[in-house]
Design a protein around this ligand. Structure first.
Ligand code: JB3
Length: 212
């Protein structure tokens, strides 16, 4: 098997994840950008334009991939596509993150510098625990959810699949946030949140159902 990781995505999030992988002593062989990506390089990694390259790279013997795209829905779809092609999805974990020994991580998970994942938490496939965010004990972060930098989740908080908690969001203990929720920067969430809601404020209030 060719030993370089294939990073899917070639933008700002990919830069961060490439550095996480390098900090884990992993080599990144190629980035795959969108069909209209200009190609070139992403932090020195050659960029191929278009996901059609995934199958040929797999055929050439590359077996490990990481999806580094901030869009939660697209990251989830591309993760499923990579798995279907036979790629193993690795995790990108900063050596400066703090992971409890009882925390369980899925596949294709990113945990950035300064982030903390505490006891008995479960982080599902393709989730992002971004810079200096914290998930406290018994937290459950759903598939392809994104906990943005400096978020603070108290104990027993559940975040649904593909939900996005914007930078600096705080969540009190025991709150359940449904799937496909968007919480604006600095939200303070003190009550459960229905799926697809868009919320913001202190305390956070529903702005409107997420645009369909
Ligand atoms: O907020 C923080 C700390 N980071 C953000 C991150 C989580 O999400 C960051 O600031 C951005 O808001 C976003 O990062 P991302 O996804 O890298 O955004 P951008 O810099 O716009 O790059 C998007 C990348 O996805 C580009 O390289 C596109 O070519 C690529 N892309 C778009 N559609 C795709 C596709 N790549 C593949 N392989 N397939 C696609 O369908």
């Amino acid at each position: 098997m060719m030993n370089g990781v294939i990073v899917i995505g070639a933008g700002g999030h990919a830069k961060v994840c490439i550095e996480l992988l390098r900090a884990m002593e992993r080599q990144v062989a190629f980035c795959i950008g969108g069909d209209d990506d200009a190609g070139g390089f992403c932090l020195g990694v050659p960029v191929l334009a278009g996901d059609a390259h995934l199958a040929s790279l797999r055929d050439r013997g590359f077996g490990q991939a990481f999806v580094a795209i901030g869009s939660n829905g697209l990251r989830q779809r591309l993760g499923a596509r990579a798995l279907a092609l036979g790629f193993e999805l690795v995790n990108a974990i900063s050596p400066r993150a703090t992971l409890s020994p009882t925390a369980q991580l899925g596949r294709g998970v990113a945990v950035m510098a300064g982030a903390i994942v505490n006891a008995d938490s479960r982080i599902a496939d393709f989730a992002i625990i971004n810079t200096a965010a914290s998930v406290d004990h018994d937290g459950h972060i759903g598939e392809a959810a994104h906990i943005a930098p400096h978020c603070g989740l108290a104990g027993n908080v559940e975040v649904g699949a593909r939900s996005f908690l914007g930078i600096g969001t705080k969540v009190i203990p025991g709150i359940v946030i449904g799937p496909d929720v968007v919480a604006g920067a600095g939200s303070v969430i003190v009550s459960d949140v229905a799926g697809e809601a868009r919320i913001a404020g202190v305390p956070a209030r529903t702005l409107r159902k997420k645009d369909t």
